[in-house]
Design a protein around this ligand. Sequence first.
Ligand code: AMP
Ligand code: GLY
Length: 417
Amino acid sequence: MKVMVVGGGGREHAIIKKLKENKEIEKIYALPGNGGMADDAECVAIGAKDIPAIVEFAKSNDIGFAVVAPDDPLVLGAVDELSKLGIPCFGPEKKAAIIEGSKVFSKNLMKKYGIPTAAYEVFDDAEKALAYLADAPIPTVIKADGLALGKGVIIAMTRDEAFDAVKSIMQDKAFGESGNQIVIEEFLEGPEVSVLSFTDGKTVVPMISSMDHKRAKDNDEGLNTGGMGTIAPNPYYTPEVAERCTKEIFLPTVNAMNAEGRTFKGCLYFGLMITKNGPKVIEYNCRFGDPETQVVLPLLESDLFEIMKSVAAGTLSEEQVKFSEKSACCVVMASDGYPVKYQSGFEITMPKDKNIYVAGAKLADGKLLTAGGRVLGVTETADTLADAIAKAYETVKTVNFENAYYRNDIGKKALEV
Ligand code: AMP
Ligand code: GLY
């Protein structure tokens, strides 16, 4: 069978490498993919947001299954269009992808169905939001309603920062139409846990838990990034926490989406904070996390393609989903200066036989060159988290490109738990 994976980053590379373990798959296309995954998939120069071109490609290339990985095409309805052609897909339809596409939708869903989350107010008028903030508790959190490349969340530590955030999102339109509405919510504290889950709308199977490292610099300093590294499993996600999450968050969310006529099929991502009052939802994503996927999938012992097919067919309850007892660590190697300003075009040399997931690279004259902020993620697994971290940093030393930057403390906090 020919399989198409929409997307082009490290997450998609991890999905593709895992799919390759299935013998039924004869060919994988990545749209657009990147030069660093050319050994694993045929990259096709079609952007992940170009739905008509994606559909046309699927039609004319006899695609038997599609995996739509990034948020944008899911929110734009790529799965709906591919399904119309009769192509089975892994990923939610547009009406379910709204759980990530609109924070106002997801907050209202949680309120309606009693799913634990930060208290909040919604505003579509900047003056009213500013008036509310004049005596709201500080710190506070301001979120643009729509997709904003992961930058639409502002943690305001002072009242002035909160005012500035509202002005920037609603008046200066820093995130365009995504800022027509905002959510202002209670600031929560506690360790964060990412839990990705497979669901066909009836059964929900949480994957192994993980921990992202979003800040650019060691000790969680510097700017927010798309993620500088991950570890799995997350030590804060104890069996007791897991049980509460399943009962209070995972099942109620899947049931709520069904009750709204928005059945979610695909990977539902729960961004959780373990507060002193129990686990609460910080955010939902309608897709695999990046770089969480780069530690979760290497620990998956079952066949990813079989699971994806059963999610699409609605038969997930019959599927075995087994994770290894091991731990994993992914260290992201970025271009120095990311997430602000950085140079690209440097040659990358790296070992071929490792779990290295390439995100920002291109092929030119047979050479692999850096072509993005986050260039690649190096993942290692081991019996203990300490060993996985040590191995990942050993492998990082064997990867070379000019201007490489990475954090030196991925997993350090987890080891101290
Ligand atoms: P997001 O861009 O939605 O992933 O959010 C970015 C980060 O903002 C999260 O990972 C949290 O660290 C933080 N955050 C979001 N909402 C809250 C909240 N209500 N309280 C404290 N931190 C938050
Ligand atoms: N790692 C966070 C995300 O994928 O949104």
